[in-house]
Design a protein around this ligand. Structure first.
Ligand SMILES: Nc1ncnc2c1ncn2[C@@H]1O[C@H](COP(=O)(O)OP(=O)(O)OP(=O)(O)O)[C@@H](O)[C@H]1O
Ligand SMILES: [Mg+2]
Length: 263
């Protein structure tokens, strides 16, 4: 069973990859797809467009579990270790009838300065820790560019971190930064997916740079108009069997299953 975190610079294709991998892997494993990106569009990449209340905005739940109103912070006493073990099941949305793919939308907490400790962030962190450390299921985390908010203990339970890059130095610089942070925090297996590749020259450029950075590549995804089409039509990429990007993600999914079975 694997815990996979997907990260990278803004707009590189993290959510498209996360959603598609979650769908593909749920043919084999029970998968929890966790939207941990403040942008929250993992549901959309699965073709779900109903309004989903993120956990960070569930005031009653936050109050019930931490004993404090979400808005409160300094000076108020609340539980710093709230119970969350029942939440992954009770809060997740079933994507398919069989319940093989479940979606959990974390949401974000308004940052009240560095190191802010408020009831909502305490609950989110506890939930994240609980699901990553304890759940014996495949977990796909769609994250923003960074790993700091994972925390060391939680990060150690991440089996594979996939950094998505695209042809260009910006996303590569972000990848370098993420790799350093991930190493610091104890994530060992780090691999890149090269997305939005238009030609061989672009692919070779990115691969040479990744080689210099010492980051391996788990797969390459072409720039594909069907990805844009699926986004415009609001459907999951798996609904477009002719998509070249989908075919590439299928190969990545197969490699993940291989890594998973060899562990
Ligand atoms: N292989 C591809 N070919 C063409 N377009 C792509 C491809 N991958 C992603 N895109 C497009 O790029 C945009 C960003 O993709 P996506 O939302 O998956 O990225 P992201 O990294 O999750 O972004 P954010 O940082 O905003 O969360 C979308 O419009 C998507 O349709
Ligand atoms: Mg995204």
């Amino acid at each position: 069973m694997m815990k996979i975190a997907i990260t990278g610079k803004g707009g590189v294709g993290k959510t498209t990859l996360s959603g598609t991998l979650a769908c593909l892997l749920s043919q084999t494993y029970k998968v929890f797809a966790i939207d941990a990106d403040p942008d929250m569009n993992l549901a959309s990449s699965l073709g779900i467009h109903s309004r989903i209340t993120p956990i960070s905005k569930m005031r009653d739940l936050i109050k019930e579990r931490t004993g404090a109103e979400p808005g409160s912070s300094f000076g108020e006493v609340f539980k710093i270790n709230p119970k969350t073990s029942d939440l992954p099941e009770s809060l997740s949305i079933n994507y398919d009838e069989k319940g093989m793919l479940k979606l959990l939308v974390m949401g974000t907490v308004d940052k009240g300065g560095e190191g802010c400790v408020c009831p909502a962030s305490v609950l989110l962190k506890a939930l994240m820790r609980n699901i990553i450390l304890k759940k014996d299921e495949m977990i796909i985390l769609d994250m923003e560019a960074g790993v700091e908010h994972l925390g060391r203990k939680t990060a150690e339970a991440v089996d594979l971190m996939i950094i998505v890059v695209e042809p260009g130095l910006k996303s590569l610089e972000t990848a370098e930064r993420i790799k350093r942070l991930a190493n610091d925090i104890g994530i060992e297996e780090i691999l890149c997916v090269v997305n939005k590749v238009s030609n061989l020259e672009e692919e070779e450029f990115v691969k040479a740079k990744l080689d210099e950075l010492g980051i391996g590549v788990i797969g390459t995804i072409p720039r594909d108009p069907i990805v844009v089409k699926s986004d415009m039509e609001g459907k999951a990429l798996v609904d477009y069997p002719k998509s070249e990007a989908l075919k590439s993600i299928q190969k990545i999914s197969a490699k993940i299953l291989e890594i998973g079975s060899s562990e």
